[in-house]
Design a protein around this ligand. Structure first.
Ligand code: SF4
Length: 368
């Protein structure tokens, strides 16, 4: 079911008390994942003040994920590397801010390398089926919104393949294997199967390596390079060579990515293990989530005015506040600072979420 059709039905069911099958609970894989991480995080994001709140300053991993999807989308429509790079700000627009130069250099490098090394085999061996099209997995009373990044049909097998793009801090085997049982992929597979009325061969994720911080710099092959005393440039360090930003080299982004070649791309991209639809897992998950959404809908009005009810039904998972790996929770101030907690929006640190429903959400990054 497309989002337009779904919204029409939603309006009917939510405004018509005689709807024969009772209420519909609408959610998304992002919301489910947020609630699993921490009930209170779900509260802040989806319920506080009626529609949830978000930080005034967006967490960098959200912006990163959104930009990644924006940048790659034209490739599925036949776009070229040049056309894609034209949509991304030039490096001199953020100079001389080092951290912004690093992120923009990596962003331009990712988009370029994807076009040169990932897109050609995807395009050559497949027909496009959909690109970031929103669909709904409908298992009444629960409807789960989903937006698969790209769906293709293989020329070789005529089967469907579903892809997601994620930034990642890890390229270890654990990351590769973690996706085989990841609920986002399984919910997506189930939604696609329902929408397209056809089994999907598998889903997999392409990871975009983010690099790592060291001595005040973000080290990544598309961000920093080394220059010899004689002016030779390389991505590999040699004693006595100077470390400089790619933007300080005589190479454009495209020239640098080509200079690093397939070897550079191998250090940047990693495909996950395939996920094959696990119907039993999806059925269990949906049944449990339907119960949880029912609980949320029944309690959220009272929880707006009663802190104890809120704490009882939106449990704080305190190990998630500032985890050893990855970013601190974006609601840290809302939970830990008593003044902010009393009035998060009035504190100036948060604003009301403008999303009207789960239909506008999508999982963008790995949140690391
Ligand atoms: S700060 Fe901790 S308790 Fe509060 S929402 Fe974030 S993870 Fe949950």
């Amino acid at each position: 079911m497309t989002i337009g059709r779904m919204m029409t039905i939603m309006k009917t069911t939510m405004t018509n008390p005689s709807f024969k099958d009772g209420p519909i609970y609408l959610t998304s894989s992002t919301s489910i994942s947020t609630d699993w991480q921490c009930g209170m995080k779900y509260w802040w994001y989806k319920c506080e003040g009626g529609n949830g709140i978000v930080p005034v300053e967006e967490a960098s991993y959200f912006a990163e994920g959104r930009e990644l999807h924006h940048d790659l989308e034209p490739y599925a429509r036949g776009g070229t590397v040049g056309e894609v790079l034209e949509r991304i700000p030039a490096l001199d627009t953020v100079a001389p801010d080092q951290s912004r130069l690093e992120l923009l250099s990596r962003r331009r490098g990712w988009a370029t390398a994807f076009g040169l090394y990932i897109e050609p085999p995807l395009r050559k061996g497949h027909d496009e089926v959909s690109v970031e099209e929103e669909i709904v997995l409908r298992r009444d009373p629960l409807w789960v919104n989903h937006r698969p990044d790209r769906v293709q049909r293989s020329h070789a097998t005529h089967g469907l393949r579903y892809r997601e793009w994620k930034s990642t801090s890890s390229t270890r085997p654990e990351w590769v294997l973690s996706w085989a049982h990841h609920p986002q992929l399984h919910l997506g597979l189930a939604a696609l199967e329902q929408e397209l009325k056809e089994k999907v061969d598998y889903a997999n994720v392409l990871g975009f390596y983010k690099g790592y911080p060291k001595e005040g710099k973000l080290l990544h092959p598309y961000i920093y390079a080394y220059r010899s005393p004689q002016g030779v440039w390389s991505s590999s360090y040699t004693y006595g060579w100077e470390k400089l930003g790619v933007w300080e080299s005589p190479y454009s982004t495209e020239e640098w990515v080509k200079k690093l070649g397939a070897e550079g791309a191998q250090k940047t991209f990693i495909w996950s293990a395939p996920a094959f639809l696990d119907r039993r897992m999806v059925a269990q998950l949906l049944r449990r989530r339907a119960e949880r959404q029912k609980e949320i809908e029944e309690i959220k009005s009272l929880a707006q005015v009663d802190a104890e009810v809120r704490e009882d039904h939106f449990e704080m998972r305190l190990t998630q506040c500032r985890p050893a790996w990855g970013s601190a929770c974006q609601y840290l101030a809302a939970c830990k600072n008593a003044v902010v907690n009393a009035d998060p929006v009035g504190s100036g640190l948060y604003v009301a979420r403008t999303h009207k429903s789960d239909t506008e959400e999508q999982m963008t990054g790995d949140g690391e």
